[in-house]
Write a protein that binds this ligand. Structure first.
Ligand code: NAD
Length: 479
């Protein structure tokens, strides 16, 4: 059975290695206290993990889809059986209430099961004779050793989003979780020890530099999939350019929620009180920018503020009534507070929240800010905290223009029953996901990924499976 004691041993070549390299303190957001120490893997340790992955690659790539599918099912079962322990560890490490962390486990299990099935239906074009007498066949092959680099907001879910399609397609992985939140990724690595051949999944800890950078730079890594900040995406793409390594980037978001005049304000407020503040707002798809038709602006604002005032900061990790836990770090809380303070100075109205909570841990009060200009910093940049801005739109055209006028393009929503405008918005919103009358659901069957500065490539769905494959044309001529 999985222990809820933090264990920072890395998994390399099927062996659990005690941390080597400078120690990185892992702190609990609930108290700020150190709960563990992870090692910062240097280039040598990264090389060891890549070599281990290369050693495991050929045999793994040669397994049948059925075999890989069964192993992913076994991992899903192990994660499901360890749900309570994983939820406790995730809560401790990331600062989310245990109940919220627990709710993520079935999602992880579903992703693993989805890719277990998808492994067996990887499609290709029919073979035929495009040149008379020669038969063309498309082989969809694993890419090789893939480097997977994840952020701190959903460490377990992000790890599963990447390892499930990568393994399903027959790749070997070197995975580095965020230096802030390594615990559950390492726990899943331990769970897979008896379920995967040695070297197929390797998990190493460390900072972005040197560890992440060394993974990207390593000549033995054929593809890198990174989720994180836009600046990190740029750095990863620049490093990968040196070796022409394939890159998949899932970067930040600044999701608009457009509310038209026919929407029911009470219903929208109910949803935004969840979608804007989920995971303490540390969610790349969080509905953090409300753009509201003039006619319902005041009504919606009142309804939303009333609900947000009712959101409760969790008293403790196991508080079943807690809506929000602390932010992940002191630094993140300072960052969020800075955004709100600067918006206030620029003339915005903070209608509720706006401050760090006066208690231990990195809590920040759920916040609604109105009267913000489209070109203001708080509208243009990702805050990544429990802060929702509300803007007034004079027309449908202005709402669409406001929504699209940011560098990000990850997710968006529109709230209306006007079919014509919902359809027009679905076409015109420049985001990888558009929800109509909802915000957040992300089924395993549908691709997830951004446009613009939110990156490129897709997680989930058969598109993610393809992302982790390369296509080879084989032409056979009988002589
Ligand atoms: P981050 O960019 O600071 O770090 C992400 C990961 O990249 C970490 O593991 C980090 O160690 C690593 N890293 C940092 N510098 C690196 C470098 N030079 N080379 C290689 N790796 C490097 O992001 P974060 O603060 O951990 O997470 C928050 C960000 O992630 C937000 O911007 C959020 O929007 C984004 N995010 C995006 C999605 C999505 O699917 N689009 C999902 C979750 C989070």
């Amino acid at each position: 059975m999985l222990s809820t004691e933090p264990d920072c041993r890395n998994l390399v070549g099927g062996e659990l290695l005690a941390p080597a390299g400078p120690a990185i303190p892992v702190a609990s957001p609930w108290t700020g206290e150190r709960i563990a120490e992870a090692a910062c893997a240097g280039p040598e340790a990264v090389d060891g993990a890549v070599q281990a992955a290369r050693a495991g690659l050929d045999a793994w790539a040669a397994t049948t889809p059925k075999d890989r599918s069964e192993r992913l099912l076994a991992i899903a079962a192990a994660v499901e059986a360890s749900a309570d322990e994983l939820a406790v560890l995730e809560s401790l490490d990331v600062g989310k209430p245990v109940a919220w962390a627990r709710d993520e486990i079935p999602v992880c299990v579903d992703v693993l099961r989805y890719f277990s099935g998808a492994a067996r239906v990887l499609d290709g074009a029919a073979s035929t004779e495009y040149v008379a007498g020669s038969t063309s066949v498309l082989r969809r092959e694993p890419i090789g050793v893939v480097g997977l680099i994840t952020p701190w907001n959903y460490p377990l879910l992000e790890a599963v989003w990447k390892i499930a399609p990568a393994l399903a397609a027959g790749n070997a992985c070197v995975l580095k979780p965020s230096e802030l939140t390594p615990l559950t990724t390492l726990a899943v690595a331990r769970l897979t020890r008896d379920l995967l051949p040695a070297g197929v999944l390797n998990v190493i800890t460390g900072d972005g530099r040197p560890t992440g950078e060394a993974i990207v730079r390593h000549a033995g890594v054929a593809m890198v999939s990174m989720t994180g900040d836009v600046a990190t995406g740029r750095a990863v793409a620049a490093t990968a350019a040196e070796t022409l390594t394939r890159v998949h980037l899932e970067l930040g978001g600044k999701a608009p929620a457009i509310v038209l005049e026919d929407a029911d304000c009470e219903t929208v407020a109910d949803h935004i009180a969840v979608a804007g503040f989920v995971n303490g707002g540390q969610d790349c798809t969080a509905a953090c920018r409300l753009i509201v038709a003039d006619a319902v602006h005041d009504e919606l604002l009142d309804a939303l503020v009333a609900r947000v005032r009712g959101l409760r900061l969790a008293e403790a990790a196991d508080d079943p009534e807690g809506d929000l836990g602390p932010l992940v770090s002191h630094r993140q809380r300072e960052r969020v507070a800075g955004f709100v303070a600067r918006a206030r100075r620029a003339g915005a109205r903070v209608l509720t929240g706006g401050r760090a909570a006066d208690r231990p841990g990195f809590f920040f009060e759920p916040t609604v800010v109105a009267g913000v200009a489209q070109d203001s910093e708080i509208v243009q940049n990702e805050v990544f905290g429990p802060v929702v801005t509300v803007q007034r739109a004079a027309s449908f055209e202005q709402a669409i223009a406001f929504a699209n006028d940011v560098r990000y393009g990850l997710a968006s929503s529109i709230w209306t029953n006007d079919l014509a405008r919902a359809t027009a918005a679905s076409r015109r919103l420049e985001f990888g996901t558009v929800w109509v009358n909802d915000h957040l659901p992300t089924p395993s069957e549908m691709p997830f990924g951004g446009f613009g500065a939110s990156g490129y490539g897709k997680e989930l769905s058969t598109e993610a499976l393809r992302e982790y494959t390369r296509t080879k044309h084989v032409m056979t001529t009988a002589r």
